[in-house]
Ligand binder design. Structure first.
Ligand code: ATP
Length: 270
């Protein structure tokens, strides 16, 4: 079960070119993660410590996981992912054990990028309730902080985390020496949406008159993940219709389908 909680990818295949609309964030991540992995001696010579941990925050489906994978790939590092929810365990000491395993694995596989998704699951602000479950989560977080504090060889292992709930985080994890580099990954604006859809339609046989920029103007609520689904759904409409070319009306049908799926989901939540 322990091994399953982590996803290890010796050479992830995501590149920076696959990520649309967040060039500034790519630049920041390269500086905080790739440069120290590739040129640790520069940091030593200049006498600065690279950031200890990089926290990506922003809405779901905006490319945070992609960004972490891409920087691991482009730095020739092993990508080790753990979901914060996996660290929330029933038995005492189990979460802390997993955190230790995570850092041990990274030491074995260095250079490595550790990526903790949904870090809010273990690093939410303390609530007043003193249930034992909370105390156990707290211990797991302390273990994570102590692993980060105890790090010497920062060049070879870089730590990243992501959250959709930045407002919920315990400030203790944001102190210097911990997640001290914050990078916001926002929902895409119109230009970013166009770039993302361009990326996801690159390998598709789309009609020449397809106007991506016109198409994405009104899709204000669409995340990168939504735009990826949009391209797939549009392709499915063409296939269902027995065509090999994907047209503007396929994309419009796909928008309608995704919108109504969203509404159904909203109704089920509220
Ligand atoms: P979550 O917070 O839900 O974990 P995330 O921000 O980590 O989301 P990703 O897992 O990186 O989002 O993105 C999911 C999928 O959406 C990607 O595999 C990709 O297909 C698409 N996608 C999201 N953002 C982008 C982007 N900026 N450029 C291109 N594709 C994107």
């Amino acid at each position: 079960a322990r091994a399953q909680a982590m996803e290890v990818d010796a050479s992830p295949d995501v590149t920076y070119e696959d990520i649309g609309g967040i060039d500034d964030q790519i630049r920041d991540v390269r500086e905080a993660v790739e440069d120290p992995l590739e040129n640790p001696e520069t940091f030593e010579t200049v006498g600065v410590e690279p950031p200890s941990g990089v926290l990506l925050h922003g809405p779901p489906g905006t490319g945070k996981t992609m960004l972490a994978k891409a920087v691991a790939n482009e730095s020739d590092a092993t990508f080790i992912k753990m979901a914060g929810s996996e660290l929330v365990r029933k038995f005492i000491g189990e979460g802390s054990r997993l955190v230790r395993d995570l850092f041990e694995l990274a030491a074995d596989r260095e250079p490595a990028v550790i990526f903790i998704d949904e870090i809010d699951a273990v690093a939410a602000k303390r609530t007043d309730s003193k249930t034992s479950g909370d105390a156990e989560v707290q211990r797991t977080m302390m273990q994570l902080l102590s692993e980060m504090d105890g790090f010497d060889d920062r060049g070879e292992i870089r730590i990243m985390a992501a959250t959709n709930r930045f407002d919920m985080l315990d400030e203790a994890i944001l102190r210097p020496g911990r997640f001290d580099r914050l990078i916001e990954v926002p929902k895409p604006d119109a230009e970013a949406r166009e770039r993302i859809l361009e990326i996801h339609t690159e390998g598709m046989n789309v009609a020449d008159d397809l106007d991506l920029s016109g198409l994405v103007t009104d899709l204000e609520e669409f995340s990168g993940a939504d735009l990826a689904s949009l391209a797939t759904e549009a392709g499915m409409f063409a296939i269902r219709d027995g065509r090999t070319e994907v047209t503007r009306s396929d994309f419009e049908d796909a928008v309608e389908k995704l919108d109504s799926a969203e509404e159904t989901a909203d109704r089920n939540i509220h």
